[in-house]
Design a protein. Structure first.
Length: 402
């Protein structure tokens, strides 16, 4: 036996990635009393119907465990809403739906259930920061494919080269965080064809499906030949402005769902029962709700983008989701982390350093991400503070990327 034991040792997996930079920037925003455009949560109320439904569920004593993989009425509501918006996509609520503690748990549960150590998982970058750690925690090897500016297009040759005999899955997020890209049908056909050629799964993160300004959200499961190899992750969080409820779901073929349910059971047992009851109400909101949601976020986008331009930044105008990536090279020669911290401290607007969305940090050194699921007065306060943005370098003229 060794003379001493290092009780501070941590696993190699935990040592291979950092804490969430997004959540870290929220802490900096709180420290400096900054306007928080870093973390993507609304600062306005959710629909009143949801609050009433949650309170009613608690009053009805729906406070104990639901069925591990989700309360029946909620799973049935998920299947019904899916069929309503996508009539060719029929989901069996008994065998193909797993309710999870948010989309975050849904993705890691699916990865742990379906990916073996040594498998490869393809991830588009810039990426939502959880995907790489999810692959690593599953023992998989992430293979990164870079979306090309200014329209964040797929390089077909690079994507094809990323597929190989060890490819188990590819992760697709459309509309895309952090860029706001909405993948086109042609791009989805490219991904679907390669997935079928290499017998790979497609794990889709669809939480921004109703926040689209240009193009359309096309679920991968509705593409020819893809229903049997698509795992779709979704959540109440962004569509219904309840990011703190942590209620999501995974839709997958029955054989895959069986494995996902087992992993989910031992990860979290189940999502909050009264909030699942409220979720069943949320999923019955009329179509007009989703139209208004998209229109309101488009209006917010068009408040933030000019403010960023006026501050000398170069925003990439998003086609969906509720984030704006912006190039900072016109106002500073600092790296993204230094700039984001300075911006948070004074004039007091929090963003997320672009390097946190890339496997190679240098690709994001001239970018930061802003979130706009905020009240008008919050965005106005951010715009006012951005006018006082001090420049640390002589910048070039601003231009917006559309």
């Amino acid at each position: 036996m060794p003379d001493t034991v290092d009780f501070t040792r941590v696993s190699r997996r935990a040592s291979s990635f950092t804490e969430s930079v997004i959540r870290e920037m929220t802490r900096h925003a709180t420290l400096h009393d900054a306007v928080n455009l870093a973390q993507g949560f609304p600062d306005f109320p959710c629909p009143p119907e949801l609050k009433e439904a949650a309170k009613t569920a608690i009053d009805r004593d729906i406070n104990q465990y639901a069925i591990t993989w989700g309360a029946r009425d909620f799973r049935e509501a998920i299947a019904a809403k899916t069929a309503s918006f996508h009539p060719t996509w029929r989901v069996d609520p008994e065998t193909e739906v797993t309710v999870t503690c948010g989309a975050t748990e849904g993705m890691i549960a699916a990865m742990l259930a379906l990916v073996d150590p040594g498998d490869e998982v393809i991830v588009f970058e810039p990426f939502y920061e959880n995907y790489g750690p999810d692959a690593i925690l599953s023992g998989a090897i992430p293979r990164y494919v870079t979306l090309r500016e200014p329209d964040w297009r797929i390089d077909a040759d690079e994507l094809q080269a990323a597929f190989g005999p060890r490819t188990r899955a590819i992760i697709l997020n459309s509309p895309h965080n952090p860029t706001g890209k909405v993948f086109s049908r042609t791009e989805l056909e490219l991904i679907a064809g390669l997935a079928q050629e290499h017998d790979a799964l497609v794990l889709t993160d669809d939480i921004y499906e109703h926040i689209v300004y240009a193009g359309e959200h096309i679920p991968m499961a509705t593409m020819p030949g893809m229903a049997e190899r698509t795992v779709s992750v979704n959540s109440l969080s962004k569509t219904y402005s309840v990011t703190g409820w942590r209620v999501g779901w995974v839709v997958a073929p029955a054989a895959l769902t069986s494995a996902i349910r087992k992993v989910h059971d031992f990860l979290t047992v189940g999502a909050a029962a009264p909030l699942q009851a409220a979720g069943a109400v949320a999923l019955t909101l009329p179509d007009a709700y989703y139209a208004t949601l998209g229109a309101e976020y488009l209006r917010r986008r068009d408040l933030l983008v000019p403010a960023l331009e006026s501050a000398g930044l170069r925003p990439f105008v998003p086609d969906g989701a509720y984030y704006v990536m912006a190039d900072i090279s016109g106002v500073t020669d600092e790296d993204d982390v230094t700039f984001a911290r300075r911006l948070t401290a004074g004039p007091g607007v929090a963003s997320v350093p672009g390097s946190s969305f890339y496997s190679r940090p240098e690709l994001g050194r001239t970018k930061v991400r802003f979130a706009f699921p905020k009240r008008d007065e919050t965005l106005a306060a951010a715009a006012h503070r951005l006018r006082d943005l001090p420049s640390s370098a002589q910048g070039s003229p601003t231009s917006t990327v559309r």
